[in-house]
Design a protein around this ligand. Structure first.
Ligand SMILES: C[S@@+](CC[C@H](N)C(=O)[O-])C[C@H]1O[C@@H](n2cnc3c(N)ncnc32)[C@H](O)[C@@H]1O
Length: 221
């Protein structure tokens, strides 16, 4: 009974993620990406990774959505990518886009909760979590397990811990609750994310803030 309640309260199953990251949303995102390119904070993340060097790198994109990070970096000389996402519609459209761009042979698609799958997923030169940490209740596990797989660089975009951001997140969660949607967003402590990354041997390389988001790249060694 307790396990059942936890499964309902926390979002770790594909069904839960797909209550928000559904086919309609994935199609909208792909359409917008094809028309306008990556969103602003994704562009910032990509710029920081390019500056640190991605040529010939292997990528692990956790919560990759429609795959924007690897579509961009494979086109610029990255070698291969592992795309992990818990939502089927996003993986489907990411595969479609990878095929359209001629990169499909270089991408391995994995469906499921990364935290549960992590032991079976290979390490990569560059690990990215673009707007993913805020989708997951257990930040410590998600960050520790993904950071442990970063051989060289770790890039993440996550919401800043500001009062306004917390209010928006709380209102959004209330709306989801009223609508019977089990998905929730989380504003995790920035200091706790930083500490979790440092415990895995990573140190900050570049950190840039927008009003809502932090774009951080950490490096090993
Ligand atoms: C807000 S979307 C961001 C997608 C993409 N990274 C981007 O920035 O366009 C969050 C994505 O992370 C996925 N996700 C969240 N937590 C996950 C986890 N623990 N394992 C796998 N996928 C996860 C969701 O299914 C969703 O597709």
């Amino acid at each position: 009974m307790v396990a059942l309640e936890l499964a309902i309260m926390t979002c770790c199953s594909s069904e839960c993620f797909e209550s928000t990251f559904n086919d309609r949303r994935a199609r909208q995102q792909l359409k917008r990406y094809r028309k306008r390119g990556p969103d602003k904070t994704t562009r910032m993340l990509l710029d920081a990774l390019r500056a640190a060097g991605i040529r010939n790198a292997s990528l692990l994109d956790v919560g990759a959505g429609i795959g924007v990070v690897h579509h961009e970096l494979l086109a610029e000389g990255a070698r291969s990518a592992i795309h992990v996402d818990a939502a089927r519609p996003h993986i489907r459209l990411a595969e479609e886009e990878a095929t359209r761009r001629g990169h499909a042979a270089h991408v391995t698609f994995v469906l499921g909760d990364f935290v549960g799958l992590a032991e079976d997923i290979a390490a990569a030169d560059v690990v990215t979590l673009d707007r993913v940490i805020c989708c997951y209740p257990d930040m410590e596990q998600l960050v520790a397990k993904s950071a442990a797989r970063a051989n060289r660089l770790y890039g993440a975009v996550f919401p800043r811990e500001r009062r306004g951001v917390k209010v928006v997140s709380a209102l959004q969660n209330l709306l989801w609750k009223v609508l019977g949607n089990p998905f929730r967003s989380y504003i995790h402590s920035t200091a706790a994310i930083d500490a979790a990354l440092r415990r895995q041997g990573l140190a900050p390389l570049s950190v840039t803030d927008t009003v809502l988001w932090r774009v951080a790249v950490y490096s090993r060694g």
